[in-house]
Each structure stands twice: as structure tokens, then as C-alpha cells.
Write a protein that binds this ligand. Structure first.
Ligand SMILES: NC(=O)c1ccc[n+]([C@@H]2O[C@H](COP(=O)([O-])OP(=O)(O)OC[C@H]3O[C@@H](n4cnc5c(N)ncnc54)[C@H](OP(=O)(O)O)[C@@H]3O)[C@@H](O)[C@H]2O)c1
Length: 240
């Protein structure tokens, strides 16, 4: 299907080290989860509420497969893999290529999906299917491990939307991909965008709603608060 006929849009929500790593070489994520805990839900739950399905790479699936509680609400999980058994896990649908995944998701009427996994995100970026990225940098350099960043074929131009500093020193920045169509739910579902200043105590990172008219750092944006996930603190937020 030609890019102009694509109706599916993908959004990224990822935690990474300051040097761009998304895991250690052995898959360890403690460097991220231990620091991320201070930031609370960090807008993740409203983000998941805003998507209709999740698409991930095989390595990301393998990293979470044994977790008891998946944080994806009831969203259907699609995994891209040339090697996974097609019927090995009833919770997922396996696709043998990125194109096959896109075709199936579009056929099923999905318009906004959460894409996860470094290699997989890069494939979606190179395929011009991503229209927003929320990147949460935790203050550590880990030196090695899979990266979000790598060859893309051509530059992907971004528009900065908002940056917030969360508890624990996590810096969360939202970007839109320039030139791409905007998915209808790009303000994280039910959230209501306002233009009042955000008190530092405001217990939500849903301040990172992607306001298409945001004109720069002098115009803080806030949204209605989301409930933090069970077991997670809400965290504090300062908007830059
Ligand atoms: N920090 C975070 O927020 C975060 C988020 C997600 C994941 N992670 C971590 O990142 C690591 C995984 O990321 P990763 O970049 O190594 O891998 P990944 O993107 O999760 O998975 C890569 C695999 O997915 C399949 N795949 C992806 N795109 C494909 C395509 N277009 N065509 C065919 N197959 C495709 C291939 O599986 P086959 O080899 O089976 O063909 C490929 O080896 C894990 O350690 C995970 O825990 C961290």
C-alpha cells in the first residue's frame, strides 16, 4: 500500500538513557525502572488509553512475556517476528514482517497504535508511520545496549512540543514528526488541553499532551489530571 493510502499512525513512548540506550546488552532495565519509579506513571496510562493496539518487536515481547501484569490495558498486542511460533501465546498476534503487520492492523480498522522496541520503532519511522514520540530520558549513561537510534534512510524532522522535568531527574520530551498526518487521538484520548501555567505540585505528567499549537517554552501547557497507576506515585512535574 502506498504511503499516501496509509491511515494507520504510530506513536512512541519510550524510556532511555541519556546516551540513547533502551536496555543493557543483557536486557536489564533496572537502571531505568529504579529511576523511573520516582517519576510515577509519567503519563504512560493516558498514553496507552489513547491507542487502539500495541505493536512490538520480538525482543521487546520476549522481555515482557513472563511479566504477570502487562501495562497495556486491554489493547490487542501484535508482535513482529520471523522466528516466533505463530500460536505460542494466545495473548498476541504474530506477523512475519512489518508490512504484514500494517496490512492486518489497517484491515482491522486500527488508526492509532503504540509501537515499541528500538529496531521496530526505527522500521516504523523509516516507513513514515510515526507521528509522535514521547521520550523520557533518565539521568544515566549506560554505554552499551540496544539503541532507539540508528539508520533511517533519511532524516526524520521533528517539532518539539513540550519538555517536562519529573521527579528523579527524568526529562520527558514530546515531539511531533513534521510533515506527517496527525492521528485524531493525538492528545492522549480524553485529556483536555488548557493553557494555564502548571504548579510544580501538579500530580501528572499528562502535561505532555501533544498540543499542536504549542508555540514554545514560554507557553506552558497543562491537561486534566489522570489517575496514577496502582503502586505508582504521581511524581512532580516542572514544565520547561
Ligand atoms: N526503555 C524502554 O522504554 C524499552 C521499550 C521497549 C523495549 N525495551 C527493551 O529493548 C530491547 C528490545 O529492543 P530491540 O531494538 O533490541 O528489538 P525489538 O525492536 O523489540 O525487536 C526486534 C525484532 O523484532 C522483529 N522485527 C522488528 N521489526 C521487524 C520488521 N520490520 N520485519 C521483520 N521483523 C521485525 C525481529 O524479530 P525476529 O528476529 O524474530 O525476526 C527483530 O529481531 C529489550 O531489551 C526491551 O526490554 C526498552
Amino acid at each position: 500500500m502506498a504511503a499516501s493510502q496509509q491511515t494507520l499512525r504510530a506513536a512512541v513512548f519510550l524510556g532511555l538513557s541519556v546516551d540513547g540506550r533502551i536496555a543493557r546488552p543483557d536486557g536489564d532495565l533496572e537502571w531505568l525502572t529504579s529511576r523511573g519509579a520516582a517519576a510515577g506513571d509519567a503519563g504512560f496510562t493516558p498514553f496507552v488509553e489513547s491507542v487502539e493496539a500495541v505493536v512490538m518487536g520480538r525482543r521487546t515481547y520476549e522481555a515482557i512475556a513472563s511479566d504477570e501484569h502487562w501495562p497495556y490495558l486491554d489493547r490487542p498486542i501484535h508482535v513482529i517476528s520471523t522466528s516466533l511460533a505463530a500460536d505460542g501465546d494466545p495473548r498476541i498476534t504474530v506477523h512475519r514482517s512489518g508490512e504484514a503487520a500494517i496490512d492486518a492492523l489497517q484491515r482491522d480498522g486500527y488508526r492509532r497504535v503504540y509501537v515499541d522496541g528500538g529496531e521496530t520503532i526505527r522500521w516504523f519511522l523509516a516507513s513514515k508511520l510515526v507521528d509522535e514520540l514521547t521520550l523520557s530520558h533518565v539521568p544515566v549513561l549506560i554505554g552499551d545496549g540496544p539503541s532507539l537510534f540508528g539508520p533511517l534512510g533519511e532524516d526524520v524532522h521533528l517539532k518539539h512540543v513540550l519538555t517536562a522535568v519529573l521527579d528523579g531527574g527524568m526529562v520527558q520530551t514530546a515531539y511531533r514528526v513534521r510533515g506527517g498526518p496527525t492521528s485524531p487521538a493525538a492528545t492522549y484520548g480524553k485529556r483536555e488541553v488548557t493553557t494555564r501555567p502548571v504548579p510544580v505540585e501538579e500530580p501528572s505528567l499528562d502535561a505532555l499532551a501533544l498540543d499542536p499549537d504549542h508555540s514554545g517554552p514560554q507557553r506552558p501547557v497543562s491537561c486534566s489530571s489522570a489517575e496514577p497507576s496502582p503502586g505508582r506515585s504521581a511524581g512532580h512535574v516542572s514544565i520547561i
